[in-house]
Write a protein that binds this ligand. Structure first.
Ligand SMILES: NC(=O)c1ccc[n+]([C@@H]2O[C@H](COP(=O)([O-])OP(=O)(O)OC[C@H]3O[C@@H](n4cnc5c(N)ncnc54)[C@H](O)[C@@H]3O)[C@@H](O)[C@H]2O)c1
Length: 392
């Protein structure tokens, strides 16, 4: 029989729901050891917390994250709060010897991210970051295809993450408060595509050659109860609405990145295209079960883009055999279940289906994010240092 590990989850809204679903589903679809127990959920709203805990099957609930992450009964701490809480909670958990799975971006600031990566090297706990798009089967398969050499030398990477919910009618949520979020579309969306590009290509981003950071909507309506009363009161947005940047890759290729919450018409267009000397790949999260592949071989007259339906477990598509027969598509929530399975596998001493980012890995993504901001503000290229913190 599988060992059990008690999970404490911090956060009960968007990611709180996604992670609760993952911890409750993972043992039903994957053969995991240890097997998770939904032990404690932590959030700020006491009125909603008990209902949330009951609905998702959490045994305990509290508003005191420190008590939860240091509890002797908890083995794995899952941080799904706004970004400003990540460092404090994760470091406390690591100091208590827990395994920690933290939402992305690793932190709101590079200094916090560095402190977290350092704490990880000094703890027996393993660390994981929820860059869940690595666990979209099509992206995991793209990673394997590139590693097998199908593209050859990589020339171009083009990555965009386009959403449109951040228009002038959207109030001053924590995501628009720099002291809480750290950044806007950049940490929210560029973090994902930077990680995806590093993961799929297997290359590092070695410099940012130029960048734009821009805030279109400088004031937003204050939310009642968050220091405001109902009415027309507005507060300043202190984050970007978009960050775009150009970068160089360690293999000599060039890359472009664009993140925005003002791409009218797009809701979750997380897309990349990679062009190599022998072929190309393209992915769009809005058609997440498909991977586009172009391979240069045979007769030129019959060459063209192929759309692979990445749902065939018997043919080796990652994660597919845990789910449904071919062409019975998976969705957004499956990426979190897939990641929960890999986290438990690593804690149990096994290997994940594809590499899992730990705090050191996510720190490198954070360095690239910081380099883009420095480049935008200083109007200059910025070289990116290699990770200094490594686990022995
Ligand atoms: N992986 C992804 O695709 C993805 C998607 C969305 C958000 N995120 C990340 O997940 C994190 C949470 O985002 P969200 O959209 O779920 O936010 P949210 O606003 O929907 O929920 C935040 C939760 O954190 C709780 N919380 C806030 N401060 C707390 C504190 N001090 N102690 C205990 N609980 C506290 C709140 O009560 C709430 O339940 C962020 O880091 C965000 O960047 C990741």
């Amino acid at each position: 029989m599988a060992d059990r590990i008690n999970v404490a989850l911090l956060g009960s809204k968007f990611m709180g729901r996604a992670h609760s679903n993952a911890w409750s589903q993972v043992g039903k679809f994957f053969d995991v050891d240890p097997s998770p127990t939904l032990h404690t959920v932590v959030a700020r709203n006491t009125a909603e917390l008990a209902t949330f805990a009951r609905n998702w099957g959490w045994q305990h609930s509290t508003t005191d994250w420190h008590q939860a992450v240091t509890s002797g009964e908890v083995g794995l701490v899952d941080v799904a709060t706004p970004n400003d809480v990540h460092a404090e909670a994760a470091i406390a958990a690591l100091e208590a010897g827990k395994h920690v799975a933290c939402e992305k971006p690793l932190a709101g600031t590079l200094a916090d991210a560095e402190a977290m990566a350092t704490a990880a090297t000094q703890s027996p706990g393993r660390t994981f970051v929820w860059f869940n798009y690595r666990r979209v089967p099509a992206i995991a398969f793209a990673h394997r295809m590139v590693a097998s050499g199908v593209l050859g030398r990589i020339y171009h990477v083009r990555a965009v993450y386009l959403q449109s919910w951040g228009g002038p009618d959207t109030p001053l949520l924590w995501r628009f408060q720099g002291d809480v979020a750290g950044s806007g579309a950049h940490g929210d969306l560029n973090a994902h595509i930077i990680d995806a590009v590093r993961f799929v290509t297997g290359e590092e981003i070695v410099s940012v050659e130029g960048a734009i950071e821009h805030t279109f909507i400088e004031e937003r309506a204050l939310i009642e109860g968050a220091g405001a009363s109902a009415g027309d009161a507005k507060g300043r947005s202190t984050v970007d609405d978009t960050v775009m940047f150009l970068a160089r890759m360690s293999g000599g290729g060039v890359a472009s990145f664009e993140a925005t919450r003002l791409a009218t018409g797009y809701h979750n267009a997380n897309r990349f295209e990679i062009h190599g000397e022998r072929g190309a790949l393209r992915f769009n999260m809005e058609r997440m079960n498909e991977l586009g592949v172009y391979v240069i071989d045979g007769e030129g007259s019959t060459q063209g883009w192929t759309t692979i339906d990445v749902t065939r477990g018997d043919d080796g598509h990652p994660y597919a055999s845990a789910w449904w027969p071919p062409s019975h598509a998976v969705g957004y929530e499956h990426t979190f279940v897939n990641q929960a399975a890999d986290i438990l596998t690593v804690i149990g001493g096994g290997e994940p289906a594809v590499p899992l980012p730990d705090f050191t890995d996510a720190l490198q993504t954070q360095r690239i994010m910081q380099a883009a901001i420095d480049s935008a503000r200083e109007h200059t290229p910025v070289a990116i240092a290699k990770p200094r913190v490594t686990r022995d």
